[in-house]
Ligand binder design. Structure first.
Ligand code: ARG
Ligand code: ZN
Ligand code: CA
Length: 522
């Protein structure tokens, strides 16, 4: 991209005589040096009317493009393959765009151009071709053709300039009076003066064959010849009558209107090009009603969600499309549309746990408000956020089923929905929480004949991968008296064989370990 822009910069310097090396023009030629007053800009609209950076990148199977010549000296573009699929890339309409193809050219050719007279018969190949390493003045360029002058030279041809020496030796000329007659091309970079045909050669003219660093001048005569192309009736007149750059690129049309359409509202096309007409459409279909025509229309909500409004502007240069996205809503979203989905993973909460709240990625304009019972916590956000549950979950002992009292409501850009309660429960096994104290009932304590260990039926159990729980019973010295794994509901331990005294019961569930002291007493 930077290499491409550097080439556009060179063109804008050379065709405005703003080139830094203009000072190298010999004094003898300063009087005829001219500013052609032609400027270049990467296209901002493609032939379909869509926004573009003006650059088309096409992968090709052709390693090197070899220019194939017709008997009359023009290029056989079909055989050359640069300007047509499958190896090349088709031109954009040549009455509106200057096509510049950049590719790996064979046979040491730096570039070539199509003269304007061929616009009549071959508009689809109009433009210039430049060898990759001779394009621009930064990046992948190779000396001594690394200052972007190949494009300057080729665009000179595209604007009807001949080489300064003419094409046919001593007798021919370039149809420009202020370029001296010259016997043939000049190569490399000789020192001034060089003489042929009884005059000093203008070898520093862009239309000679010297090195890039040697070139620095278009003359007034060349300027007149180029500008005639743009005059009334000129072959490239359409670039002036259809001023895409001034009308569209420099003052881009836009659509103004609300970002949220909650009731009927006006959308207006700003900077409509002079003499253009506009037609309006919205997608997806059925979301809004459009009434009126011209540069301002009224839109009425008919559905809920994101809408793209398109203004198709018909100009002398073809169609240009401008779009605006907005959200439309016919009323608040129903509470039935609020689900647990925005919450991360499960509806269970642990003490001291943070909970992620994910906005619905399909409706990024939604705003969420989540509130915890008793006003302990409230938060409004468009984006991802966390809720820290430590503040309002009661201290141990926790109730077995704790409704965390979370409510949520959603703003759809126009209004809030009603509050909808989102039930949450204390997690049976809280990671790193030392085990789920409330999950297990152990009774009686003291135990006389039997100790019951069972899952508290009031506590919800995580469905699916529940491994059951393990029970171990120890005496005071740590000796295991009883052990069993994978218990799903309950177990009863015969305590009649144990002496009166204190024992330890360990219950393991998932990562948690619960220790309880049990007394046996008969
Ligand atoms: N048409 C010429 C060629 O065939 C391009 C000359 C460009 N000269 C330059 N100094 N970049 O190579
Ligand atoms: Zn040339
Ligand atoms: Ca001349």
């Amino acid at each position: 991209m930077r290499q491409i822009q550097s080439q556009i910069d060179v063109l804008n310097e050379d065709f405005r005589r703003l080139n830094a090396d203009a000072s190298n023009t010999p004094t003898a030629f300063e009087g005829v040096a001219a500013d052609p007053e032609i400027e270049f800009l990467l296209a901002c609209v493609d032939p379909n009317g869509n926004a573009t950076d003006g650059i088309v990148r096409v992968q090709t199977t052709e390693g090197i493009f070899t220019r194939v010549e017709n008997p009359d000296g023009t290029t056989d573009e079909e055989a050359t393959g640069i300007k047509f699929a499958p190896t090349g890339s088709p031109a954009w309409p040549a009455d509106r765009y200057l096509n510049i193809w950049v590719c790996n050219l064979g046979n040491n050719l730096l570039g070539y151009a199509q003269f304007p007279d061929m616009m009549v018969t071959q508009p689809e190949t109009d433009g210039v071709v430049v060898h990759t390493t001779a394009f621009g003045r930064i990046g992948n360029v190779s000396a001594p053709f690394d200052q972007g002058r190949t494009a300057t030279h080729e665009v000179g041809h595209w604007l009807n300039l001949w080489h300064v020496w003419g094409e046919g030796g001593r007798e021919s000329d370039d149809f420009v009076d202020d370029t001296p007659n010259q016997f043939g091309p000049t190569f490399d970079c000789p020192s001034f003066p060089q003489t042929s045909c009884s005059s000093n050669d203008m070898f520093m003219n862009y239309m000679d064959y010297t090195d890039d660093g040697c070139m620095n001048i278009f003359t007034q005569g060349q300027t007149d010849r180029m500008r005639a192309m743009f005059a009334l009736g000129g072959i490239r007149e359409s670039f002036v009558t259809c001023d895409l750059i001034a009308n569209v690129c420099q003052t881009p049309p836009t659509i103004s209107g609300p970002d949220y359409l909650c009731s009927t509202n006006t959308f207006t096309l700003q900077n409509a090009p002079d003499g253009s007409t506009v037609s309006w459409s919205a997608s997806p279909a059925g979301m809004v009603g459009i009434s009126g025509s011209g540069n301002s229309v009224n839109l009425t909500p008919q559905g809920n969600g994101q809408v793209t409004l398109t203004a198709t502007i018909t100009t002398e240069c073809g169609d240009v499309e401008v779009q605006k996205a907005f959200v439309t809503a016919t009323g608040p979203i129903p509470t039935s549309a609020i689900s647990l989905e925005p919450f991360e993973s499960s509806p269970y909460v642990c003490p001291d746990q943070t909970f992620g709240f994910h906005p619905d990625p399909n409706e990024p304009w939604y705003q969420y408000e989540v509130q915890v019972v008793n006003g302990h916590y409230t938060k409004v956000s468009h984006g991802y956020f966390w809720i820290h549950f430590n503040n309002y979950i009661p201290s141990p002992p926790y109730p077995p089923v704790y409704d965390a009292g979370v409510s949520a409501r959603i703003h759809n850009g126009c209004s809030w929905s009603d509050w909808k309660p989102v039930s949450m429960y204390t997690e049976p096994s809280c990671p790193g929480g030392g085990g789920c104290e409330l999950c297990f009932l152990t009774f009686p304590n003291p135990a006389d004949e039997e100790l019951q260990v069972q899952w508290n039926p009031q506590v919800k159990r995580t469905a699916g991968d529940d491994p059951g729980f393990d029970v171990q019973f120890y005496d005071q010295r740590g000796k295991i008296l009883f052990s069993q794994s994978g218990i799903s509901e309950k177990i009863s331990l015969d305590t009649r064989k144990f002496k009166n005294g204190f024992y330890y019961l360990h219950i393991r569930y998932k990562e948690g370990l619960i220790r309880r002291q049990i007394r046996v007493e008969r």
